[in-house]
Every structure is written in C-alpha cells, then in structure tokens.
Design a protein around this ligand. Structure first.
Ligand SMILES: NC(=O)c1ccc[n+]([C@@H]2O[C@H](COP(=O)([O-])OP(=O)(O)OC[C@H]3O[C@@H](n4cnc5c(N)ncnc54)[C@H](O)[C@@H]3O)[C@@H](O)[C@H]2O)c1
Length: 258
C-alpha cells in the first residue's frame, strides 16, 4: 500500500469511529454536477458591474424585476442538474453516524440545494438557498418555497405584508444570519472530525470554521482539486475530485467498520 492509500484508509477509519463529525463544503463539491465554481471561465459573473447589479441588495432594490428574472434563469439551470457521487457519499456517511447515535452536521456555502437533494438531513446553509425567498422588509423570518420558474410575477409579493420577496441568498456586502453562524460554529466546536470539501477556504466566516474545529481538537481533512490556504493546517489533504475521493473514503470507512 502506498502512502496515499494508507492515508485514505486512516481517514476511512476515523470516519467509522467518529461520534461527532461535521463537513464544510463549497462550490467545488457541486462542480461535477455541472455547476460552475466562483468567478472565471464559465463562472456566474461576467464582470464586476454584473455582480453589483445582480448580487447586492442595492442592485435588487434598483431593479428587482431584472434580478428575479436572472434567478429564474439560475433556478431553471439548477433543475437540470443532479447531485453527484460526492453529495451522495456525504449523505450516506451522515446516515451511518446518526444510526449509531452520533452527531453530524453538513455546513455548506452552496445555495444549490444539492446536499438535501442527495438525502443529507442536518444541512446548515450559510449563504441561503436559491429555491427559497423571504420578505425584503423582514416582516417575518418565514422562508417561502418558490414555485417552478419562471415566476408568474417579478418581483413576487410577500404573502404577509404585500412587500417584495427577495431571493433567500446572502448577497455581497450582507452579513450572514447570526443564528446560522452560531449553528455552524457549534457544530465545528463539537466535531472530532471535519471534512472540508471543494472550498477555496477564502470566504469568511466559513473559512474560519475549520480553524475553530481544530482549536477544539478536531482532525481536519481537506479534499480539493488543489492546495488551499487551509492545506497546511489540515492533518490530511487529498487532492482530486470530491466526486471520486468521497465515495472512496466511504467505501474504506465501511471496510474499516465491518
Ligand atoms: N454551487 C453553488 O451553490 C455555488 C457555486 C459557485 C459559487 N458559490 C458561492 O461562491 C462562494 C465561493 O466560495 P467557495 O469556496 O465555495 O468556492 P470557490 O469557487 O472559491 O472555490 C471552489 C474550490 O473548489 C475546488 N474544486 C473545484 N472542483 C472541484 C472538484 N471536482 N472536487 C474538489 N474540489 C474542487 C477548487 O479547487 C476551489 O478551491 C461561496 O460563497 C459560495 O456560496 C456557490
């Protein structure tokens, strides 16, 4: 067995033994489903102006119709994609841990809803979910599932106060919901093992969570196509596609557990 395989097997064993585990995912975990990662070729944003127009509260208030039409387009694209083997492996790992009475949380920066679609249960969505809306006036905290795109009216109306609904996503310049940060931080603090998958580990506060976990004794395992700023702080780092490495780890975990 070479050193790489030996490390995979050691992590497989940790996955079998962990009673409190958490995972942090980023755009990379959905890349193999066909959803582009952040900026760059094939990315979401054409230029900075488009970011200001479509991904800030100011842009939304200036032209809510345009923003909602763009989200219709994104939701239509999202309907065409499916979870990949990486999403399914994480859902299966959660089931294994909860079946043996352990705790598991999947913290994601993604807004595509693919983790839930794959069967993950305890999902903490740091940046919201493209399939949900909420009142722009914050008349309540209720999250409203959106009908199939395209919406019948742009912008849709809040059923409670009649104001505009906005997409339930965190836009540039907006703070994260403190309740959600608290949930994610608690999961990181209590984890014995944390997998960090497909994130460039640059967007805070998400990028701080592995350090929080580590400071409370967690073993950090990074899975990414390439090294990141987190790599040197991780006890294990596997470079490759999460849709291949995660199912491999799960298989090894089953072998180690059986
Ligand atoms: N699917 C989505 O919902 C989606 C997509 C793009 C961006 N975003 C948002 O953009 C922000 C960007 O931060 P981020 O760190 O999540 O993404 P990022 O685009 O900054 O980084 C993606 C990371 O994934 C890695 N990667 C790419 N393909 C991979 C694969 N197949 N397997 C393993 N790793 C792979 C890359 O090397 C990179 O480090 C986040 O706030 C996120 O909410 C979300």
């Amino acid at each position: 067995m070479n050193a790489y395989q030996d490390e995979l097997r050691r992590v497989g064993r940790l996955m079998t033994e962990a009673r409190r585990a958490c995972v942090l995912t980023g755009a990379g975990v959905s890349a193999e489903s066909g959803i582009p990662t952040f900026r760059g070729a094939g990315g979401f944003w054409k230029d900075e102006q488009e970011v200001r127009d479509l991904a800030t509260l100011e842009g939304f208030l200036r032209d809510p119709k345009r923003v909602w039409e763009w989200y219709d387009m994104r939701r239509s694209q999202a309907k065409l994609v499916q979870p990949n083997p990486g999403h399914y492996a994480l859902a299966e790992w959660e089931q294994q841990i909860t079946t043996r009475g352990g705790e598991f949380a999947l913290i994601t920066q993604n807004i595509d809803g693919l983790h839930r679609a794959a069967g993950s249960q305890n999902v903490v969505e740091l940046h919201g979910n493209i399939h949900l809306a909420r009142c722009v006036n914050e008349c309540s905290e209720e999250l409203i599932p959106l009908p199939e795109p395209p919406l019948p009216e742009h912008p849709p109306k809040c059923p409670k106060c009649g104001g505009m609904l906005r997409p339930h996503v965190v836009w540039f310049g907006e703070p994260l919901n403190p309740r959600i940060i608290e949930q994610a931080t608690q999961a990181a603090y209590s984890a014995e093992l944390m997998l960090v998958v497909g994130t460039s580990a640059q967007v805070y506060p998400a990028a701080g969570l592995p350090y929080a976990a580590r400071s409370h004794g967690a073993v950090i395992v990074e899975i990414n196509l390439e090294p990141t700023e987190l790599t040197s702080a991780a006890q294990f780092a596997f470079h490759g596609k999460s849709g291949e490495i995660l199912p491999q780890l799960l298989e090894l975990a089953k072998e180690e557990g059986g």
